[in-house]
Design a binder for this molecule. Sequence first.
Ligand code: GDP
Ligand code: MG
Length: 217
Amino acid sequence: MSNPNNNGPYNYTYIFKYIIIGDMGVGKSCLLHQFTEKKFMADCPHTIGVEFGTRIIEVSGQKIKLQIWDTAGQERFRAVTRSYYRGAAGALMVYDITRRSTYNHLSSWLTDARSLTHPNTVIYLIGNKGDLEAQRDVSYEEAKQFADENGLLFLETSAKTGQNVEEAFLETAKKIYQNILDGSLDLNAAETGVQPKQPLPKPAQNDAKPSDSQCSC
Ligand SMILES: Nc1nc2c(ncn2[C@@H]2O[C@H](COP(=O)(O)OP(=O)(O)O)[C@@H](O)[C@H]2O)c(=O)[nH]1
Ligand SMILES: [Mg+2]
């Protein structure tokens, strides 16, 4: 009762680490911003290094802190480092429904994600910019088939209108939580991306900085 950790923002059971991957310009930073701030950042400047945002959510009555890492810049060179992928419980793999090239690169993003994360990492495919229907270059059905063939969850979102943004982040957490409950995610294994409640770890890299209160683009 007197433990301050039982109250307010500290009252959560787990921390889940997420990463957001995908080509530059698909809307990764805007998705993160929409999820953490519930706002669309139309003119978000590009950022340097890796940043993260956090939000506490509830899954089956359990409060879970999501710690969401956003690449900035490196994706242009396909050189997102191993340390970025390490310990990710969830990976949001984003393409832009109006730019087919960003969809064509998915298999290589998926190869990286599969080879550099824990086997139980939940990978969620996100077709972003769903509000730009007139400029659509990749059909829902085609992407859904790719997702099904590769065992991925899939949604189309809009970081601009907020459509399906909550759902994508929350469904990823539900799936991770399900994996904990059914024992397929062993919390004693290394680098699962799930931690029991403890203070937020410091960023592992020199160029990483927290961005809770700032634009994280
Ligand atoms: N219309 C529309 N534009 C978006 C959406 N998400 C991002 N954008 C725009 O796409 C550009 C790239 O977004 P950004 O989040 O920086 O992409 P990132 O490089 O993947 O982080 C910016 O100009 C955003 O305003 C969306 O859902 N709809
Ligand atoms: Mg960005």
